[in-house]
Design a protein around this ligand. Structure first.
Ligand code: ADP
Ligand code: MG
Length: 333
């Protein structure tokens, strides 16, 4: 494909992210339906070219667990990335539409994500960096695939300031400024699995019960000085996201309650200081699912399992041999 905007007909808007928007388009010369991601970047021409070069790696990512790429091009001041259109959308949209996702489906999704992460890392040495339900897509074939992985370091830098959203799925060590590792992705997977199984984001503001009755301002100040610049940027981004969510959803929102938005500082504090969330209530889900999620959410990255180790967990064995028909399931919404 020699992609250019003139050949792409807009069909619908698929969603708005923090870096830009995603459109359903038709590549008119070939009749191919694609998802076109439009990213506004603030970068010098030399950096833009570098980003385009880096995005070429996406072309070489060929796995049934990874959304395939048709190519990327510059359309000043944007970069457009054309990818496989996944007609059932992302899992955040799916659970918001149909409610909590059947744990059997969640298990099969976990397996697909681990396979995808393993492929990206083993074959391309790529860490995803942005695992969350909106980057896990589904199509009417019942296939589950990852998108929006961190192929381009320069792109990550260039959109850093608008690259919101991720931080609520961020691992404790990332919040504290550690480098990304494949284990940070595993944490984000654990949070995402709970969110899908419960049908809501697993951190809630109902908590903060006993301790920390100090007023928010001073506790925020305290955490600010305790955290580095990266985490502060992350917090600001997450605040924007929380506000967006706050506006969009009418009820059942976990980032705020009773009209009050949970302080993102508090959330970051909770992620770092409090025990990790779990699949709850205990006994509602299969033991092997609980065990798997707990292994994803070990707070110490040294202890946390790698995708390779997790693939050998019994829940993954169960999911691999499941006869559950995802295609049939995907036809129900
Ligand atoms: P985010 O992932 O933070 O929601 P994005 O800009 O990456 O923001 O994506 C916006 C929305 O577009 C996603 O939530 C998803 O529902 C939809 N989307 C992204 N890529 C595709 C795709 N390849 N096929 C179908 N829908 C997509
Ligand atoms: Mg995305």
């Amino acid at each position: 494909f020699d992609l250019k905007n003139a050949d792409l007909k807009n069909l619908a808007e698929l969603g708005q992210g923090n870096g830009g928007s995603v459109m359903k388009v038709e590549h008119v010369p070939t009749g191919t339906i694609m998802a076109k991601k439009i990213v506004l970047i603030d970068a010098k021409p030399s950096v833009r070219k570098q980003i385009l070069r880096e995005l070429q790696i996406m072309h070489d990512c060929k796995s049934k667990f990874i959304v395939s790429s048709y190519g990327a091009f510059l359309a000043e001041p944007n970069i457009c990335i054309c990818m496989e259109f996944m007609d059932k959308g992302s899992f955040d949209g799916i659970y918001k539409k149909i409610g909590p996702i059947d744990i059997e489906v969640v298990g099969m999704l976990a397996l697909a994500v681990l396979e995808g992460l393993t492929y990206l890392y083993d074959v391309h040495r790529i860490i995803h960096r942005d695992i969350k339900p909106s980057n896990i897509l589904c199509n009417s074939q019942g296939e589950v695939k990852l998108c929006d992985f961190g192929v381009s370091g320069e792109l990550i830098n260039s959109i850093a300031n608008t690259f919101v959203g991720t931080s609520v799925y961020m691992s404790p060590e990332r919040i504290q400024g550690a480098e990304y590792s494949v284990k940070s992705d595993v944490w984000s997977l654990g949070i995402s699995l709970i969110e899908l199984a419960l049908g809501r984001f697993p951190f809630s503001d109902a908590g903060s019960d006993d301790e920390d009755t100090s007023d928010l301002e001073s506790s925020s100040e305290h955490h600010k000085t305790a955290m580095n610049r990266d985490s502060l940027i992350a917090i600001e981004r997450a605040e924007k996201t929380a506000k967006r969510h706050n506006r969009r959803r009418s009820k059942g929102v976990s980032l705020h309650g009773g009209g009050m938005m949970m302080s993102i500082i508090e959330l970051m504090h909770q992620i770092v200081k409090e025990p990790a969330p779990r699949l709850s209530p205990e006994g509602r889900f299969p033991k092997e699912a609980e065990e798997f999620v707990n292994a994803c959410l070990l707070k110490d990255p040294e202890e946390r399992k790698t995708p390779g180790v997790l693939l050998a967990y019994s829940w993954m064995k169960t999911s691999r041999t499941s006869t559950f028909d995802l295609k049939e399931w995907a036809s129900t919404f």
